[in-house]
Structure formats: structure tokens, C-alpha cells
Design a binder for this molecule. Structure first.
Ligand code: SF4
Ligand code: SF4
Length: 173
């Protein structure tokens, strides 16, 4: 089955394009910190899937970005909301989708069975350009474990105060 690697989203067409203007505050507040858009994507057939591999800059315990303020310079593959919504970077249940997605937007899917890819895990991890720590963590978890963002989001829902404190301390999403 042909697969094409994406970064956390696709690199914008021109790396020299100016960064998009900041979102209005009411839009920024739509994010619920589910973390799904910060996991790498694969196009399989005609669908885009969210893989178990996180962006190197994601804190997988909190679903917060560790370089939020400088992400555009440090990691150009990190897409703005506007660009990501042209490239299936966000899942259907992301709150930005009903508000900002263009007509016909095709969301990223979460229902792929990765078991076959675990049979040659190193090749899969190479394709996803995973670092050693992420590789070890995911290999140990196995293909049927829930994605790490699910566990982090459950913690956020159980203890929203900690999330608020982390964001006050400079971590964001
Ligand atoms: S998918 Fe949407 S709600 Fe989830 S972290 Fe990304 S922007 Fe926030
Ligand atoms: S917001 Fe941060 S963690 Fe998410 S894709 Fe961009 S750089 Fe990576």
C-alpha cells in the first residue's frame, strides 16, 4: 500500500512565505488541547491518518508545545490553523473545523490499524523520522495501545488547573 510521509502537517509551499497573522483571541481559545494535530500524518490511499508518532516538540504528557512562541522559525513544518485546514492536518472533532475549514475539508482520520507497521517497527519509525526516545516509548507501548495524546487529554480533563498553570508558565498549544 503506497504511503506518503507528512510532517506534522505538510511544509507550506513556500518556506519564505510570511507567517500568518495571529488568530483573533476568540479563535485561539477554541483549542481544547487534544493534541491530535501535533502527531505526524500519513496519507494512505486517499485518506490522511494521524499516526502514533508525535512532533519532536510536543510534550506528550501534557499535549502542549514546548516551543510555541518560536515554532514557526524553529520548525517550519508546523502549520498555521489556516494552512493546516487546507491540508487535512486536523481531525473532524477539532473545534476549528466547523468554524474555519473551507468547504469540502477532508479531516485527518484516527482509525487506522498500525499492527502491520509494527512488524517492521524500525522502518516505520525511520519513515516517521522518530528520535530514539520516541521510538523506544512507542515500541514498548505496542500497536494497540491508545495514542499518547488520548492519555494526556484524559489528564487535562481530570485536572484542568494543572493545564492552566503550565500555560501560565509559557507552555502553550
Ligand atoms: S486538533 Fe484542534 S483542538 Fe486538538 S490540539 Fe489541535 S488545534 Fe487544538
Ligand atoms: S505546535 Fe509545537 S508540538 Fe505542535 S506541531 Fe507545531 S511545533 Fe510541533
Amino acid at each position: 500500500m503506497a504511503k506518503k510521509t507528512w510532517g506534522n502537517g505538510l511544509r507550506p509551499k513556500s518556506k519564505d512565505a510570511p507567517p500568518p497573522a495571529p488568530l483573533p483571541k476568540e479563535h485561539e481559545e477554541l483549542c481544547n488541547h487534544c493534541g491530535k494535530c501535533c502527531y505526524k500524518k500519513l496519507i494512505i490511499g486517499k485518506r490522511t491518518y494521524i499516526t502514533p508518532f508525535p512532533c519532536d516538540y510536543l510534550d506528550t504528557e501534557t499535549n502542549l508545545c514546548t516551543i510555541y512562541e518560536t515554532r514557526r522559525e524553529v520548525y517550519p513544518e508546523c502549520l498555521s490553523i489556516e494552512v493546516g485546514l487546507t491540508q487535512s492536518a486536523f481531525p473532524e472533532d477539532c473545534p476549528y473545523v466547523p468554524v474555519m475549514a473551507p468547504p469540502g475539508y477532508k479531516p485527518a482520520h484516527e482509525d487506522y490499524d498500525w499492527s502491520a507497521d509494527w512488524q517492521d517497527f524500525d522502518a516505520f519509525a525511520d519513515e516517521m523520522e522518530a528520535d530514539a526516545a520516541t521510538r523506544a516509548k512507542l515500541r514498548a507501548r505496542g500497536p494497540t495501545a491508545p495514542p499518547m495524546h488520548v492519555e494526556a487529554y484524559a489528564k487535562i480533563l481530570a485536572d484542568p488547573t494543572t493545564l492552566a498553570e503550565l500555560m501560565k508558565a509559557g507552555k502553550k498549544q
